[in-house]
Design a protein around this ligand. Structure first.
Ligand SMILES: *Cc1c(COP(=O)(O)O)cnc(C)c1O
Length: 393
């Protein structure tokens, strides 16, 4: 059975009515026959059948034993950090999602949890940075927005040898391309807002634990802290997941073509896409994932915020917005948007140049997307002498 068939049939037909779409149980509580005598549901923060179905689908999709659904990707990350206690240390990828950085630094450091950031693209750096207090290794691969790739299997071995948990934020790859639990990770988190939801119409987060016991602990945190996903949003994520394989295949095809086009354009300096042979970790990306995803970043030869601003304000199909993973193509300028809170020197050191532009390549016809980028370059060349000078320089 192919992965897509397996996925589509992991979404159950309603046993009560035969409904082919998962019913939305829009309820806060459940009537009991006698105190404590119920049908397995007592209060909707603890359990909801629609959310429960999503949790079971994502657990199967990520090859784990327990899935847990949250009101946002950050709530999912928050629940994983709550496994730790004061004095514990997190070892995290240096090019981490900005919201995770903010959560670790501004919320958890004051509770005595420290975070050490390293360049995880070299597994040796992880090995060297582990201390007695390291309890959790936090990876994102590929990262945002520079598409750095880390070797999940190699880092999982290091984590195991030091008895720490390995959690992978699998948002960019999605389980259609990469299954970290099969490569040795203990926990996977998702911003389901992105590819799993897939239609830019909700905020949601998911956690999957490989082992049941660990999953039960996170489930306990979900109920105790309360950041659950609502029934309707759970249904939306299920609906998104139904077409995940199909969408992701097309995202990959389109992104590869866009990246190859950008690589040949004279106004472009660097292109970041794991599917390009020039990508530093192309080999590892190829080994651990079935495809390279829908995100492409690039810098301009005219490496200024002004040039990037002009570019992102002149595309037709690529809409200027934060977020990614939806049907419509989006683009953003991290230096002024997602990475604005990071001081300029620190941002540049992390590889986020002034002119870096991130594309979330959508599901339009790829010829139209390439033509859109082409017309934007042409328009800017005509409008600005600076742009022309830098192109011919
Ligand atoms: C968007 C994102 C998050 C945060 O998810 P929200 O659903 O916005 O809370 C976490 N990790 C990555 C990699 C993301 O892209």
């Amino acid at each position: 059975m192919s992965n897509a068939t397996q996925l589509i049939h992991s979404i159950p037909v309603d046993p009560l009515t035969g409904a082919i779409s998962v019913p939305i149980y829009q309820t806060s509580t459940y009537v009991q026959e006698a105190p404590g005598v119920n049908k397995g549901y007592d209060y909707a923060r603890s359990n909801n059948p629609t959310r429960g179905t999503l949790e079971s689908i994502i657990a199967q999709l990520e090859k784990g034993s327990v899935g847990i659904a949250f009101g946002s990707g950050l709530a999912a990350i928050d629940a994983v950090v709550k496994l730790l206690k004061s004095g514990d240390e997190i070892l995290a990828v240096d090019d981490i999602y900005g919201g995770a950085f903010r959560l670790f630094t501004h919320i958890y450091e004051k509770f005595g949890i420290t975070v050490n950031y390293v360049d995880t693209t070299n597994a040796e750096n992880v090995f060297n940075a582990i201390t007695q207090n390291t309890k959790l290794i936090w990876l994102e691969t590929p990262t945002n927005p520079t598409l750095k790739v880390s070797d999940i299997e190699a880092i999982a071995k290091i984590a195991k040898a030091h008895s720490c948990l390995l959690c992978v934020d699998n948002t960019f790859a999605s389980p259609a391309l990469q299954q970290p639990l099969s490569l040795g990770a203990d926990i996977v988190v998702h911003s389901a807002t992105k590819y799993l939801g897939g239609h830019s119409d909700l905020i949601a987060g998911l956690v999957v634990a490989k082992e049941k016991e660990l999953g039960e602990k996170i489930k306990f945190i979900q109920n105790a802290s309360g950041a659950i996903l609502a029934p309707f949003d759970s249904w939306l994520v299920i609906r998104g997941i139904e077409t995940l394989h199909l969408r992701v295949q097309q995202h990959c095809r389109n992104a590869q073509a866009v990246a190859e086009f950008l690589e040949t354009h004279p106004a472009v300096d660097k292109v970041f896409y794991p599917g390009l042979k020039t990508h530093l970790k192309h080999g590892i990306a190829k080994k651990q994932s079935k495809g390279f995803g829908g995100i492409v970043s690039f810098t301009l030869k005219n490496d200024t915020e002004e040039a990037a601003t002009a570019f992102v304000s002149n595309t037709k199909y690529f809409k200027l917005a934060e977020s990614l993973g939806g049907v419509k193509s989006l683009l953003c300028h991290p230096a002024q948007m997602t990475h604005k809170s990071i001081p300029s020197e620190k941002r540049k050191a992390a590889g986020v140049a002034d002119s870096l532009i991130r594309l979330s390549v959508g599901l339009e016809e790829v010829e139209d997307l390439v033509a859109d980028l082409e017309q934007t370059f042409a328009k800017l060349k005509e409008a600005s002498k600076d742009f022309v000078t830098s192109i011919s320089a």
